[in-house]
Each structure stands twice: as C-alpha cells, then as structure tokens.
Design a protein around this ligand. Structure first.
Ligand SMILES: Cc1ncc(COP(=O)(O)O)c(C=O)c1O
Length: 388
C-alpha cells in the first residue's frame, strides 16, 4: 500500500447508492433532493443575457459584487439586519463548499466539532479532513428535539465548532428562537464558533417564521451562516451558494475558498444578481409552494401503511412504515425499489449510531404528477403488504 486513506470508512453517499439502485431497477426516484420541474424561464433568460453580455471570465474570488449587494438587500428584507457585501458575504460552490470551507477555517488538529444526527453527510468527513473529531449527538425520533442539557455535557475545552441545520434535513423539523437562545447561553464565554446551515431558510410551514442565526444578535457575531441558491431557485445544478459571517470569520473562510474553487461561475452570479433583485416573489412564495405539495402527498398517502410525519420545514417529507414491515430502513428501502419500483432515502445512514426507527425520506420538490405516481406505487405496495 503506497498510501493510507484519510477517510477509510467513507463510501459513496446514500443518495448515490439509492439513485444507482433506482436506475438499475427502473424505479421512480422520489428520494433525492432535486426538483424535476423547470426553473423560472425569466431566470433562464438572465443566464443567456449574462453570457451574451460577456460575463465569461473569472469572477472575483469573493463573488460578483452585484450579487453580494443583492444578497445583502435580500438578507435585510428577510432578517432586518445590514451586512457588508464587501467584508461579510462570500459566494461559494453551493452551500456545500461554504460548509467545507467554514469547517477547514476553524477546526484544527485534535479539535472537536459538535454535530447533530441525523446529519447532512458533508459535516463529519469535513471535520475529519481538518484533523478534528466530530462529536455526534443523536436527535431522537419522532420529534428530533435538541436536549440542551446533553449538549452542554458534550462541550469540552477542545470544542471549537458546533454545527446546526435549520430547517433540518432529513427530520423536517425547525429550531425555534428559544433553541437559539439556549444555544447562545451554552456557548457564551467559550471559544466556540457556530456553523448554521440554513439552506432551507425559505421553506417553513404552517405560519412559522424561520429563526435564522442572522436575526440573533448574539449568535450572529460568532457564526458562519450558509445558504444555497440551488434550493431557493430550484436550480441545484447551478452549484451556487453563499456564506454570511462577521468580517474576521469571513477572512478565514476566504483563505480556504481561494485555494479551493477560487471563484464561482461568473455568468450564473450575474444572472442570479439580476433575477433576485427583480423577483422577490420567487422566494417569498416557496413555503406556500412546498406546503401545497406536502399536503397533496400526505393526502394521497392517507389510509395507507405509510404514515406521513407532519413536516415543519424543508422540501422533504418523512413517512413511517412501521405498520408495514419490521425490516430496518436500508432493507425496506431496497425492497421498495425492487418490489414497488420506488426509490426513497432511509434515515439511518445520517446517524453514527441510529436509534430504532422505521422512517423514509421523500422529496417534495417534484411535479404534482410525480407525487401522484409515487403515492400510487406506495399505496399499491402498502395494500399488497397489508393483505399478506
Ligand atoms: C442540509 C443541507 N445542507 C447543505 C446542502 C448543500 O447545498 P448545495 O446543494 O447548495 O451545495 C444540502 C443539499 O441537499 C442540504 O440538504
């Protein structure tokens, strides 16, 4: 062996595995988190314009200023706070790069980062690549609530970073302002940075308001906050996101970013700047758009053995299949691909040590026809199992 793997236990992600299985079995893929409908044609037009206008060379390392300025205006509209586009906003390759860069910027050898399971799959390997150790705290189904006492006990003098994700994928829960207050009290007087992954900021249901770390006076002074235009503009393939952080943290983040991606696709940045400046309705309508899909899918599954768990946010929906099978979620998800020709995402791979649960994640970012077709397959298979 000429080298030693730095991530010996990491394989392909559950998303890749399930998508590959879906293709092999000819199954409808309702698991993976990307829309199957087109983007707003006005957004598509702005890209063509940006390219024709000649925005085809390297963008500035920090991001196109017009986009950072438009983001500052959007943030002010959403959270009532002013951010400096020059010093506090950085455009990244999706939310993923922002997360990776923030972790590399603050976690060093032997440091600890607290992560909550089920956790998005980037966090743990990024901490380990930085030389740190992820302390993974499991959130317990069905409510997936933070236990602030337990979190307090997990903090040690080595704790450098604490990562939250709100709204939370894959549990579809949202954190409250009280959660943020509890978090602020925990880290007060400690050298702990917060990384707040808020890529689903605009998808919260039933009249809730998103409790952003940016709207929390105390927390925002020690936080990297990560957003994604992939989610907000239904364009996951554009790989464009951003990180908002105080100037001192932003300086450190940019040191990583400039030697990684350096800068992000120029015409897309110009296009997004133009589009978001003129179309605030595009994100203000997102909660209602996905709430309608959530209600449609839940309605279609009512009376089947797939019980919808009420989702508070994100564009996902959990279903509980405990009425149908004793199999664990990986095996049952594979059975669904083979027998029902439908691919979902099991939850246990998002845990270091998964509690007993019978939950699968479905994605709501699909055309209504896709949701009807998915529900039909699930209903049919549920009937088959219940008649056995
Ligand atoms: C919780 C969470 N964070 C971050 C990301 C990454 O966002 P992006 O696609 O912009 O890299 C995702 C994407 O699915 C996500 O679900």
């Amino acid at each position: 062996m000429l080298f030693t793997s730095k991530l010996p236990d990491v394989g392909t992600t559950i998303f890749t595995v399930m998508s590959r299985r879906a293709l092999e079995e000819g199954a409808l893929n309702i698991g993976q988190g990307f829309p199957d409908y087109p983007i707003d044609p006005r957004l598509a037009e702005t890209v063509a314009e940006a390219i024709t206008d000649g925005h085809n060379q390297y963008a500035p390392m920090e991001g196109v200023l017009a986009l950072r300025t438009a983001i500052a205006a959007k943030l002010h509209g959403s959270y009532g706070v002013n951010f400096d586009p020059l010093a506090e906003i950085t455009i990244t390759c999706g939310g993923t790069e922002a997360i990776f860069a923030a972790i590399q910027a603050v976690v060093g050898s032997g440091d600890e980062a607290i992560i909550f399971d089920p956790s998005y799959d980037v966090y743990d390997p990024a901490v380990r690549l930085a030389g740190g150790r992820a302390i993974r705290i499991p959130l317990q189904p069905p409510l997936f609530r933070y236990d602030w006492g337990e979190i307090g006990r997990a903090i040690t003098p080595r704790t450098r970073l604490l990562i939250i994700n709100n709204p939370h994928n894959p549990s579809c829960t949202v954190a409250s302002r009280e959660d943020l207050d509890a978090l602020a009290a925990l880290v007060r007087d400690r050298a702990i940075t917060i990384l707040s992954d808020e890529v689903y900021e605009h998808v919260v249901f039933d009249g809730r308001r998103h409790a952003s770390v940016l709207a929390h006076e105390e927390l925002r002074q020690r936080s990297f906050v990560v957003f994604s235009f992939g989610k907000t503009l239904h364009a996951t393939g554009w790989r464009t996101g951003y990180c908002v952080a105080p100037a001192a943290l932003t300086r450190e983040l940019r040191k990583v970013h400039q030697f990684n991606t350096f800068s992000i696709v120029a015409p897309l940045q110009h296009a997004i700047a133009r589009y978001i400046s003129g179309n605030p309705d595009s994100w203000l309508g997102l909660s209602a758009f996905f709430a309608a899909k959530r209600d449609l899918l839940s309605g279609l599954l009512r009376g089947t053995g797939f019980a919808s768990v009420q989702a508070s946010g994100t564009y996902f929906q959990l279903v509980d299949y405990s009425a149908l099978s004793e199999l664990d979620d990986l095996d049952f998800a594979d059975e669904l691909i083979r027998e029902a020709k439908i691919a979902t995402i099991p939850l246990s791979p998002f845990y270091a040590a998964a509690p007993r649960m019978r939950l699968l994640r479905l994605c709501l970012a699909k055309r209504d026809e896709t949701l009807y077709a998915a529900a039909e397959r699930l209903r049919h298979y549920s009937t088959r199992l219940l008649e056995r």
